[in-house]
Design a protein. Structure first.
Length: 112
């Protein structure tokens, strides 16, 4: 279970840093990674501030679920609550990400 805690902590920290744009990390990722074209696929929702916050929230949610799963042997109620909160956050953030990707795609399609 230690490896699951470590993975959860890693995802949580990366999501937290990107979400709060610590030391410009979110801006750096947008500039150097998500705003680049992937072959024929144009940059999408993740190339926007809103998109970066949404995907950072997804990372945070995965981290919370993993932390809950890794802590199941210590406190079942706390671990269960963390897994539920993480899963609900992941579900809502996924819906926002899908809607944002569709919105971005449609906006790019109109420009062509």
């Amino acid at each position: 279970m230690q490896i699951v805690l470590l993975i959860g902590l890693l995802f949580f920290l990366v999501g937290f840093v990107l979400l709060l744009n610590v030391l410009g990390a979110g801006d750096y990722v947008i500039t150097h990674l998500t705003s680049r074209s992937l072959g024929d696929l144009a940059p999408g929702f993740a190339a926007t501030k809103r998109g970066m916050r949404t995907y950072a929230t997804l990372l945070l949610a995965v981290g919370i679920v993993c932390l809950g799963l890794g802590g199941i042997t210590r406190s079942i109620p706390v671990a269960a609550a963390m897994m539920v909160i993480g899963a609900l956050t992941f579900g809502v953030a996924s819906m926002i990400a899908i809607a944002g990707e569709v919105e971005t795609y449609r906006a790019q399609k109109r420009q062509i």
